[in-house]
Write a protein that binds this ligand. Structure first.
Ligand code: AMP
Length: 482
């Protein structure tokens, strides 16, 4: 039986924060625009004008709302945080749209979160038993409630108090009437970087959000680090027990934008190197190397370069597919692949193709694209995937489905090849993945440098909600109001 808790709302997201800049709201809107790939369902900004907080949270793309002067004009103040959100299953509710805001004992408090907590429901259950009233179904509200409940005298101590009770992945930005706070969880699973513009500090999920506003990249927030930015400058606090970082390897494979840098590495160069490594591991003869755009493009360039086979755009992507078609339901997903991609017939007829994509999750994309290539007369289609088979679900904020729906969890590569109607299929090896990122020994299983749980099942944190026996009472906490 599927574990129902895996069907709770979880999300991929991007966060942005800026302190003390006269154009805080507009810069945040631009930053969120650069982070749009991390979430397309909703966006929000909260600002503080030294007296009041102002909030705008809307469904839709950043450009749907935050290009309007009427909206930006309402977001007064010199400090702001913002959020883009992609929720998967469960209701897409306006009350879940971040940043969340509450009036706490010490004043207003806004928070925006990228990542997923793995014990949010267990903690929520306890808080509700004690009388807490939750307004959203978002795991982020659990953090807010814990901060609200803490008896510590200063906001930062309340945050530390709250964060020490939660498990999972969290890259956070929070705004109070005194400071902008940034936090990265003890493993640094989701990214958070620090930048500077006109002498003012910025926190954001990816460096591409700094580029768009002409800000300078200063450094990454470290795993387990909290930074407090206020009138006196910036202070770094490391309240948690020091552990080795394990950022999520999937940021490199799919999630981050190729023009971003993470862990000192260019995402684009990493993806090219994955393609090259796959060409070394799984060579095959073909007329063209063709990417599934956009996600397969850098890797296909790397593969083609190494294999000395021409890189061609054999599949054209429609960039104007509406958000409706990014819906998480399987039926709509299947349709959306055809809306999104079309075959460049002139190129394909009678040709042997190496088709490159970064990952297979349910197999929807690959199935449809191979079918289209065959219809267009492809003689052979060799599928090459620049990551290992995804066998385990994610609990840290990436939209992967329950294990039952993961194609590679339940099928061997040969079975997948038959299912996709490909002529051959190869996945990048886990050691090859690490090698391509500069770790010549491959994956050190005693001390892995990344969290690669999707491929290995090696989860760095406890998965308390998933292991809990209180599934149904926990779920009922979320399901009463749609
Ligand atoms: P699927 O069609 O379910 O096999 O999903 C694989 C396709 O979705 C590939 O083209 C990936 O680039 C893309 N993809 C991989 N991971 C994700 C994710 N977490 N969210 C959305 N798309 C993804």
């Amino acid at each position: 039986m599927p574990n129902l808790l895996n069907d709770r709302p979880h999300h991929e997201c991007g966060v942005f924060g800026i302190y003390g800049h006269p154009d805080a709201a507009a810069l945040t809107a631009l930053g969120l625009h650069a982070l749009q790939h991390r979430g397309q369902e909703a966006a929000g900004i909260v600002t503080f004008d030294n007296k009041h907080f102002h909030a705008e949270r809307r469904m839709g793309l950043v450009s749907d709302t935050f290009t309007k002067t009427s909206v930006l004009g309402r977001l007064k103040g010199q400090s702001a945080i913002g959020h883009v959100r992609y929720s998967t299953t469960g209701g897409t509710l306006l009350r879940n749209v971040q940043p969340l805001f509450a009036d706490l004992a010490l004043g207003g408090f806004a928070i925006a979160h990228n990542g997923n907590l793995t014990n949010a429901l267990s903690v929520r259950l306890e808080l509700v038993k004690e009388g807490a009233i939750f307004q959203s179904t978002s795991d982020t509200e659990t953090i807010l409630q814990l901060v609200a409940k803490s008896k510590k005298s200063f906001t930062i101590d309340r945050m530390i108090d709250a964060l020490s009770q939660i498990e999972g992945a969290f890259a956070l930005v929070a705004l109070t009437n005194k400071e902008l706070i940034g936090v990265r969880d003890p493993f640094g699973i989701r990214p958070l970087v620090l930048g500077e513009l006109d002498g003012k500090y910025i926190l954001c999920s990816e460096t591409c959000a700094l580029d768009i506003i002409g800000a300078k990249f200063l450094r990454e927030i470290e795993n387990g680090e909290i930074v407090v930015i206020n009138e006196s400058g910036i202070e770094s606090i490391k309240p948690f027990q020091k552990i080795n970082p394990r950022p999520c390897i999937f940021e490199y494979i799919y999630f981050s934008r190729p023009d971003s840098y993470l862990g000192g590495l260019s995402i684009y160069e990493c993806r090219k190197a994955f393609g090259k490594q796959l060409a070394i591991e799984s060579p095959t003869d073909a007329d063209y190397v063709i990417p599934v755009p956009d996600s397969g493009v850098p890797s296909a360039i790397g593969y083609a370069e190494h294999a000395k086979i021409p890189f061609e755009l054999g599949i054209i992507r429609n960039h104007y597919v509406g958000r409706t078609f990014i819906e998480p339901q399987q039926s709509i997903r299947a349709l959306s692949v055809k809306l999104k991609h079309n075959v460049n017939r002139a190129l394909i007829d009678g040709k042997k193709i190496i088709l490159i994509d970064d990952s297979i999750v349910r197999g929807t994309t690959s199935t449809k694209i191979i079918e289209m290539l065959r219809d267009a007369g492809a003689k052979e289609v060799h599928m090459r995937i620049t990551s290992p088979p995804i066998k385990f679900p994610d609990f840290y904020g990436i939209d992967t489905p329950i294990q039952e729906q993961l194609l590679s969890a339940n099928n061997t590569p040969d079975e997948i090849c038959d299912f996709l109607k490909a002529d051959s299929i190869s996945f990048l090896s886990i050691n090859g993945l690490y090698k391509a990122m500069g770790h010549s020994q491959g994956r050190d299983s005693k001390n892995p440098l990344f969290t690669d749980h999707c491929f290995t099942g090696d989860y760095p944190t406890k998965l308390s909600d998933n292991e809990s026996n209180e599934e149904f009472s926990q779920l009922s906490l979320l399901s009463n109001l749609e």
